[in-house]
Design a protein around this ligand. Structure first.
Ligand code: HPA
Length: 275
């Protein structure tokens, strides 16, 4: 794809969205597996199904809704993705990160990401929340590969503070005040869709990961490319203990995510109030 093709896509998507929603948005939210219910806390002004938005990919995973929600949360103007796009679904990195580009063009300056993840750090428990303080990208492709979209950001974006330190500090404080325990750790992104073998969990721990999942990193990279502030949080839905590995199912992962979701919703809502 050429740069001008990409810019034409963006323009057509924006024209469609602006036809239905003309307001401002400042904060973007991406809701991960089992975490779609945060959307209920949003005072909705408009909702658009992904399959009607030009150039938006269509969500294929049953556990994800596929819509873009415009409204207010904690008094702030937000746009939320209820359902995201994963590499394992077969999408290109351009498709996976397309909605994040659109958020930027709609005025979003701060992006909040959530996901379900497996623990590599064996002090973590099921249902724990983990503030992502850094990541390791093991996905086989990079969303910035190819001709640089100069209007969005530089060819070689730097990633020394990929997850905005002020947002991490604020979230830590919010969690303390709400008396919700949170972990802080490094998220490793893998392609999936299979979960890890014992040897892989061991390897991911050795290279410095605290949690592993199949999302978030592409969105974080593109957001950093565009100069957005980024905050991300995982819910620990299974424990990748190489010496004591139990089979897990998607149903269990979703159940644990659903159970822990109210804690994440509280932290996100309160963090947004203070942004
Ligand atoms: N591995 C990879 N992705 C995941 C996991 C896991 O253990 N749990 C939830 N998403």
């Amino acid at each position: 794809m050429t740069t001008s093709e990409a810019y034409n896509h963006f323009r057509e998507t924006l024209e469609y969205i602006r036809h239905y929603f003309t307001g401002e948005v400042e904060i973007g939210i991406v809701l991960g597996t089992g975490l779609g219910r945060l959307a209920e806390a949003i005072e909705k002004e408009h909702q658009l199904a992904y399959n009607f938005i030009p150039h938006f990919p269509i969500s294929t995973v049953e556990s994800h809704f596929g819509r873009l929600i415009f409204g207010r949360l904690a008094g702030k103007r937000v746009v939320a993705m209820q359902g995201r796009f994963h590499y394992y679904e077969g999408y290109t990195m351009y498709q996976i990160t397309y909605p994040i580009r659109i958020m930027k063009l709609l005025g979003v300056h701060t992006l909040l990401l959530s996901n379900a993840a497996g623990a590599l750090n064996l002090t973590y428990k099921l249902g724990d929340l983990m503030i992502i303080k850094d990541h390791i990208n093991l996905l086989p492709e990079n969303p910035l590969r190819g001709i640089n979209l100069d209007q969005f950001g530089p060819r070689f974006p730097e990633m020394s503070a990929a997850y905005t330190p002020e947002l991490i500090a604020q979230a830590r404080k919010v969690a303390q005040e709400l008396e919700i325990p949170v972990q802080e750790g490094v998220y490793v992104a893998v392609p999936g869709p299979n979960l890890e073998t014992r040897a892989e969990y061991r390897f991911l721990r050795i290279i410095g990961g605290d949690a592993v999942g199949m999302s978030t990193v592409p969105e974080c990279i593109v957001a950093n490319h565009m100069g957005m502030r980024v905050f991300a949080m995982s819910i620990i839905t299974d424990i990748g203990d190489p010496d004591n590995l139990k089979p897990v199912s998607l149903e269990e992962i979703i159940r644990v995510a659903n159970e822990a979701e109210p804690k994440l919703t509280q932290i996100f809502t309160e963090l947004i109030r203070r942004l």
